[in-house]
Design a binder for this molecule. Structure first.
Ligand code: GRG
Length: 298
C-alpha cells in the first residue's frame, strides 16, 4: 500500500519485530472461521503506528530489549484492528475498503466481523494482562492494562465513536469535535506511548510528558486523516476517500477550511515538539514520527 521509504527510519527497525510477533499470534494451522477473520484484519497491511509508538517510548528510556515488549505492543494493534473492523460495519461507517483490501464484513459477513472485532479486543486485553512476561513486570502490566482499558471504553474510544455516530452536524463546535476526536483516535495513541513508558519504568513526570505529546499527536493524526480524506486517492489510502463529505460529516477540515487546517497541522506539530523537548536527543524517533504524521500522504 505504501512505499516504506517514506516512513521514518525507526519503522525499519521496529516493523520486523512487530510483524513477526503478529504472525506468531496468528500462527496456528487449520484456523476456524473466527480466527481466519481476526487474522485477515490484524495481518492486513497497516502502518502499525500504535505498537511503533510503544516501542519508541520504551527506547526513549534507554531500553534495547525490544522483544520483551513485542507481544504486548502488538496488543495495541489488535485493539486498533478491532476498532477498524467494527467501524467499517454497515451499522457504523459502512465501508467496503480498508488497508487496501475488502473490509472484514464484505469477506466474512456482518456476524463474523462483529465477533472477530469482539475477539480481537479480548485477545488484546489478554495479551496486556500476560505480557511482558515475568514477575518483574507484574505491577507495570497492571498499570498499562488500566491505561489501555480506560482509553478504549466508556470514557475513551467507544464513547468517541458513539459521539461521532449520535451527534448531529450542528452539534459539533470546535471544542466538541476536538473532544470527540481525542476520545475516538487520540486516547489509544496516547495510551500506546504511555504503555511503552510504563513498561520501561518511566517516572510520573516523564509519563506526563508522553501524555502531552500523545494528546497533540492524536489530534495531528486525525487532522491529517481529515485532510487526506479530501485530497488523497483510494490507492494511496487503502480506504475510500471523500467519504466524510459524502456522508455530510463535520470534520476538522469542514470546520476550519483547508487553509486553517494546514496551519493547525503546524500548530499541533509544534505542540508535539514542545512536549518532547525535555527528552533532548533521545526523543529523535518520536520527533520524526510527529513530522511524518504531519506530512504523511497515505
Ligand atoms: C468501533 C469503538 C470503535 C471505534 C472506532 C478507529 C475508529 C474508532 C474509527 C476509524 C475511523 C477513522 C478513519 C478514524 C481516523 C483515525 C484513524 C483511527 C485512522 C485509522 O488508523 P491508521 O491510519 O490505520 O493507523 P492503519 O490501517 O494504518 O492501522
Amino acid at each position: 500500500m505504501h512505499p516504506e521509504t517514506s516512513l521514518p527510519k525507526v519503522f525499519k527497525e521496529f516493523l520486523p519485530i512487530i510483524e513477526n510477533a503478529l504472525q506468531k499470534i496468528f500462527s496456528e494451522k487449520n484456523k476456524n472461521i473466527l480466527e481466519k477473520s481476526m487474522a485477515y484484519s490484524a495481518l492486513a497491511k497497516g502502518k502499525r503506528i500504535r505498537p511503533v509508538l510503544a516501542l519508541c517510548a520504551y527506547k526513549l528510556f534507554g531500553k534495547e530489549d525490544y522483544e520483551t515488549i513485542a507481544t504486548s505492543s502488538c496488543a495495541l494493534e489488535l485493539i486498533h484492528a478491532y476498532s477498524l473492523v467494527h467501524d467499517d460495519l454497515p451499522a457504523m461507517d459502512n465501508d467496503d475498503l480498508r488497508r487496501g483490501v475488502p473490509t472484514n464484513h464484505k469477506v466474512f459477513g456482518d456476524a463474523i466481523a462483529i465477533l472477530a472485532g469482539d475477539a480481537l479486543q479480548t485477545l488484546g486485553i489478554e495479551m496486556l494482562a500476560l505480557y511482558p512476561e515475568g514477575s518483574a513486570f507484574r505491577s507495570r502490566r497492571l498499570k498499562a492494562l488500566k491505561v489501555v482499558l480506560s482509553a478504549i471504553g466508556r470514557e475513551g474510544m467507544a464513547l468517541g465513536q458513539a459521539m461521532d455516530i449520535e451527534e448531529k452536524e450542528e452539534d459539533f463546535d470546535e471544542e466538541s469535535l476536538l473532544r470527540m476526536h481525542f476520545l475516538k483516535t487520540g486516547r489509544l495513541i496516547e495510551a500506546s506511548l504511555l504503555c511503552g513508558g510504563i513498561w520501561a519504568g518511566a517516572k510520573r513526570r516523564e509519563i506526563k510528558l508522553l501524555s502531552d505529546f500523545g494528546k497533540s499527536l492524536g489530534i495531528l493524526f486525525q487532522l491529517s486523516d481529515d485532510i487526506l480524506d479530501e485530497v488523497s486517492t483510494a490507492e494511496k489510502l487503502g480506504k475510500t476517500p471523500g467519504k466524510d463529505k459524502r456522508d455530510k460529516k463535520t470534520t476538522l477540515v469542514s470546520l476550519w477550511g483547508m487553509e486553517k487546517s494546514i496551519q493547525m497541522v503546524e500548530h499541533y506539530l509544534s505542540e508535539c515538539l514542545i512536549a518532547l523537548s525535555p527528552f533532548g536527543d533521545k526523543a529523535q524517533d518520536l520527533r520524526e514520527i510527529a513530522r511524518f504524521v504531519a506530512k504523511r500522504d497515505f
